[in-house]
Write a protein that binds this ligand. Structure first.
Ligand code: UTP
Length: 473
């Protein structure tokens, strides 16, 4: 006890022991364990670099837009490559060399939903949760490719229990519980603008998840990398819990990644405007990197090619494939230094009188690492363009841009277009939107081939205009 007090005093953080005499033994053990995990020299450095000043954003002078494989093959050779990639991706899925990984450790503060984000009822008709929607896609992919997929779900200490409980209560949505693997990411202590650690209670620091960059080390520490190895998994299909539109395992993306011998690959979308809130794929010193939208200088964000298109057009929807080998190598020393990113947040804390304060404006800093910073550490990378309306409907807010509303509209539109592509007539209103709320169960359909055979078997040629909504399963 004296030791930890001395350490805290040296680093001017002894205030966190203010209530220690009021705690019972298990509470004080809890707090001491949290403190023991902190490297206080490192914390001092981080506070100096990221909290006491605005961190300096270094934009390399040689920054160029990143090259990418376009959505539509540009010539016959590329067309042939894409065909081979799809075949390769399917083969890898059939051989069980691919696993799905969802990062679900975030706090989802913008959504304002008091439960893990993955439990949010998202689908337009049945109001299936995000987790159920992914689970059903994963089930379908397993039966389609003849090899059951394992699904890794990263939680944080703050939502792990609630997430597991949700799966248990829902019988894992039909998945084999042995193939749904939860692992928990690390945390970082939050500090106020004076660099002081905040307490969330008398017996606990205000801790927050350490960012999706924490996935890599968490995979190692939890033993998941070992499990993947013994299962023969070579490729990790990575996506975020708030994007139900994503293909959980896309044969083209996985196959191209493998054929290009990439260590870590990324999907890109064409940005709709210079300052769209997506990370920008760039290259510097021959290394692929993502520069956050808020950090890309205005002149670069607005720069245009001769044909009028944005020069830095490639935005990131946070969809990746990573080699198991790459993640193993990166983390083999048991630590991994990804850069930290500062986020100014409203952090609940207890004051000197032990009163819980819920601030109305940001009162401190959380530090997070981002998975995309691993791209710079990869030997070989690959970027593939995807169609936004097929792959990306982020659920960040309740209404407006990137919201529950916009996500539901995109899910309806994706399914409507999919049906139209296989010859089904869809009623449309004056604005061209589907006039009926359509939802197709991923248990039946996860791609156009599935849609074609489903509509043939069920003899579906048109959607009845008189219906309010329709659910196909
Ligand atoms: P966001 O950056 O959108 O953060 O996460 P968030 O916590 O979900 O939402 P806000 O910012 O508080 O509103 C993008 C994805 O990364 C995961 C999230 O669960 C989401 O799938 N994530 C984020 C983690 O798994 N861990 C983290 O520490 C942060």
């Amino acid at each position: 006890m004296q030791d930890i007090y001395n350490v805290l005093k040296k680093h001017k953080q002894e205030h966190v022991l203010k209530f220690i005499d009021e705690l019972n033994p298990s509470q004080s053990t809890e707090l001491l364990q949290q403190l023991e995990q902190i490297d206080f020299d490192e914390l001092d450095n981080l506070i100096d670099e990221y909290v006491m000043q605005e961190p300096e954003i270094k934009i390399p002078a040689d920054l160029e837009p990143a090259p990418f494989f376009p959505l539509k093959a540009k010539d016959a050779r590329q067309e042939e490559l894409y065909t081979q990639a799809i075949a390769k991706g399917r083969e890898l899925l059939q051989e069980g060399k691919v696993t799905a990984l969802t990062v679900a450790g975030g706090q989802g503060t913008r959504l304002g939903f008091d439960a893990p984000k993955g439990t949010y009822p998202i689908t337009p008709v049945k109001k299936k949760s995000l987790f159920q929607y992914f689970a059903e896609s994963i089930l379908r992919a397993g039966s389609k490719y003849g090899h059951e997929l394992t699904w890794y779900i990263m939680t944080s200490g703050l939502n792990n229990e609630a997430t597991r409980k949700f799966f248990e209560e829902n019988n894992y949505f039909g998945l084999n519980p042995e193939n749904v693997i939860f692992f928990t990411q690390g945390t970082m202590p939050a500090v106020d603008y004076n660099g002081k650690l905040l307490l969330s209670d008398k017996d606990s620091l205000a801790l927050s998840p350490d960012g999706h960059g924490g996935t890599l080390l968490a995979l190692r520490r939890s033993g998941c990398l070992d499990r993947m190895k013994s299962d023969g998994v070579e490729y990790i299909s990575y996506f975020q819990v708030d994007n139900p539109l994503v293909s959980v395992v896309d044969p083209l993306f996985i196959g191209l990644h493998a054929l290009q011998e990439s260590d870590m690959s990324a999907v890109m979308l064409a940005k709709t405007e210079p300052f769209e809130k997506l990370g920008n794929f760039c290259v510097s010193n021959n290394k692929l990197m993502i520069i956050e939208y808020s950090d890309l200088p205005e002149n670069l964000a607005k720069a245009r090619n001769a044909d009028g298109s944005l020069k830095f057009i490639a935005g990131s929807p946070a969809i990746h494939v990573l080699n198991h080998k790459f993640v193993s190598e990166l983390t083999k020393a048991g630590h991994l230094k990804l850069p930290w990113h500062r986020a100014d947040k409203k952090i609940k804390f207890i004051n000197d009188n032990a009163e819980l304060i819920t601030p109305e404006k940001p009162n401190g800093v959380k530090l997070e690492s981002f998975i995309f910073d691993a791209l710079q550490l990869a030997g070989k990378t690959m970027v593939l363009e995807a169609a936004r309306e097929e792959e990306f409907a982020p659920t960040k807010n309740k209404t407006g841009v990137d919201s529950v509303e916009s996500c539901r509209e995109m899910l309806i539109e994706r399914d409507a277009k999919r049906l139209e592509r296989v010859g089904v007539k869809i009623p449309r209103d004056a604005d061209g939107k589907a006039a009926v709320k359509i939802e197709i169960s991923p248990l039946a359909v996860i791609d156009d081939d599935d849609a074609r055979s489903y509509c043939q078997t069920e003899n579906i040629r048109k959607i009845d205009t008189k219906m309010d909504n329709i659910y196909l399963t």
